[in-house]
Design a protein around this ligand. Structure first.
Ligand SMILES: *[C@@H]1O[C@H](CO)[C@@H](O)[C@H](O)[C@H]1NC(C)=O
Ligand SMILES: *[C@@H]1O[C@H](CO)[C@@H](O)[C@H](O)[C@H]1NC(C)=O
Ligand SMILES: *[C@@H]1O[C@H](CO)[C@@H](O)[C@H](O)[C@H]1NC(C)=O
Ligand SMILES: *[C@@H]1O[C@H](CO)[C@@H](O)[C@H](O)[C@H]1NC(C)=O
Ligand SMILES: *[C@@H]1O[C@H](CO)[C@@H](O)[C@H](O)[C@H]1NC(C)=O
Length: 461
């Protein structure tokens, strides 16, 4: 019998510890097991966030290249939207203060998610992601901000009103009325009409219609869907293309990203529900569900088809699986008849997603390629957020108290107070010397890299 030295005992204990902690195991048929797995993935996701530490900027993931990565401004909005989704499916409230602080810090001086540090370089799509997160807070009954500060609903409405204005839109030609990608003529991408901006606005309008019952939003959402079809960004087979250039939008870039399709589906599902099952919206919901499951879940596992095969997904694109799962999960809630098709696929996808979370020193960090059955060695906030959303998407929604500070006014926080700019003509107020805006100068907008590749013709079909 071999003699066990203290040294080899330590090794054995370490191995046992690794075996017990390595990887995220989950039984996708058991809510408690899913919640336990999601808690670990959420904790690791939040380990990338340091905006609350002294000297850092609240609300956003690290901007400068660091060991935590490098993230564009929009991903902060997606982080809080995802954490709110996690919260409302698990009841976990321990991140409430961080969520609340982040969502309020980045609201900007006009309460419209155009903070001065980023105004010059962000696109309509980026702004919409933050507005959608504020609306998630409103819809899930998250504790309202202090009464003197902008409320969740008002923030979302302010963004809607700015984006609805003519100043953000194409004035003439075949894509007249469509939202441009960027806000200012001086910005690279101002001449591009992307689906991301228009489906972001559509999803925002649809959810505002659902929340407020105000017809303005329903009409705006309906018009946006029609416009996207007319231009040819949404095909009659419910494929969603990336965008085209002004004035005539004839050079349609047919690359498909799951983010675009998922946002269009989510908004359609909200309108389906809001209209009590209107046939028009049912056709669109059902068509988009079929198209999305066929395109983005080959073999039942999420796959970012336009870049993953070539391992060419940039950090922005790696976040799309999170949007995809979140959108499908929300769709099952708003249009329950879709669950029979969607849920089995989300389960196989979530199972594969969790199974590859065996990376990093802890042995439980997630990678990006889910369908290979093994961890790809990459780590980051995008990887964590994707897996978190996959797990959350297969949990039923549950009632969660607004939060410890709540005065009971979480849900139904008051709406448009007129505090935001509704003229849509805000000027470029960004300070070019502001630390942290340097990288932003080059291209901070989410999709900027997509755009660069698009402009460079890489993804042109
Ligand atoms: C709760 O109150 C504390 C102390 O006033 C504050 O720091 C925190 O941001 C509040 N949390 C929320 C969710 O409003
Ligand atoms: C803008 O930048 C300054 C300086 O880095 C920072 O202190 C502030 O928190 C930033 N504001 C927002 C909303 O990001
Ligand atoms: C409906 O929403 C629009 C856009 O925010 C707003 O201008 C209008 O006052 C709202 N109507 C009602 C009846 O609240
Ligand atoms: C709208 O959503 C609610 C909540 O999920 C659901 O009970 C209801 O059946 C939905 N309406 C339709 C028309 O599907
Ligand atoms: C637009 O609204 C912003 C914020 O309310 C304001 O500062 C600006 O002066 C307005 N611009 C015009 C042209 O009305």
């Amino acid at each position: 019998m071999a003699k066990i030295t203290p040294n080899s005992l330590a090794c054995v204990l370490l191995a046992v510890h690794r075996a017990l902690t390595a990887g995220i195991t989950v039984d996708v048929e058991d809510a408690d097991s899913i919640k336990a797995a999601a808690a670990l993935v959420a904790e690791d996701l939040m380990s990338y966030y340091d905006g609350n530490e002294p000297g850092n900027t609240p609300g956003i993931l690290p901007e400068a290249s660091s060991d935590k990565g490098f993230y564009y401004w929009w991903t902060g909005g997606l982080l809080w939207g995802s954490m709110l989704d996690y919260r409302s499916h698990t009841g976990e409230t321990k991140y409430d203060d961080l969520i609340s602080q982040g969502l309020q810090w980045q609201a900007g001086q006009n309460a419209d998610y155009l903070p001065a540090n980023y105004t010059a370089t962000l696109g309509n799509d980026d702004q919409a992601i933050w507005a959608l997160a504020a609306l998630d807070a409103e819809e899930s009954g998250f504790a309202a901000p202090p009464a003197d500060d902008p409320q969740w609903l008002a923030l979302a409405e302010n963004v809607f009103n700015e984006q609805a204005g003519d100043a953000r839109r194409v004035a003439d030609g075949d894509c007249k009325g469509a939202l441009r990608w960027m806000l200012f003529p001086s910005s690279n991408g101002y001449d591009y009409v992307n689906s991301g901006s228009n489906v972001g606005f559509f999803n925002l309008a649809a959810q505002l219609a659902y929340v407020t019952k105000n017809e303005t939003y329903e009409d705006a959402a309906g018009d946006t869907y029609d416009l996207l079809s007319d231009i040819g960004f949404v095909t009659d087979k419910f494929q969603v293309y990336d965008g085209a250039h002004v004035e005539d939008c004839s050079d349609i870039n047919k690359v498909q990203f799951s983010y675009n399709a998922a946002m269009l589906l989510q908004g359609s599902a909200y309108l389906y529900n809001h209209t009590d099952g209107d046939d028009k919206w049912k056709t669109r919901v059902d068509g988009l569900v079929d198209s999305i499951l066929a395109t983005f879940f080959p073999d039942g596992v999420a796959f970012e088809v336009s870049c993953e095969k070539a391992s060419a997904c940039n950090t922005d694109m790696m976040f799309y699986k999170g949007v995809l799962h979140h959108g499908l999960g929300a769709t099952m809630q708003a249009a329950p008849h879709t669950a029979a098709k969607i849920l089995p696929v989300l389960k196989t996808s979530a199972k594969a997603a969790a199974a590859q979370c065996t990376g990093g020193d802890s042995g439980r960090l997630c990678g990006f390629h889910w369908s290979t059955g093994k961890n790809d060695g990459t780590t980051g906030a995008a990887q964590q957020l994707g897996v978190l959303s996959a797990l959350v998407s297969i949990l039923p929604q549950q009632a969660v108290a607004a939060g410890s500070n709540s005065s009971g006014s979480g849900a139904g926080s008051s709406g448009n107070t007129g505090s935001g700019s509704q003229n849509g003509t805000e000027s470029d107020t960004s300070d070019s010397d502001t630390p942290g805006s340097l990288g932003a100068k080059v291209s901070t907008s989410f999709g900027a890299l997509v755009g660069a590749l698009v402009l460079g013709g890489l993804f042109l079909a």
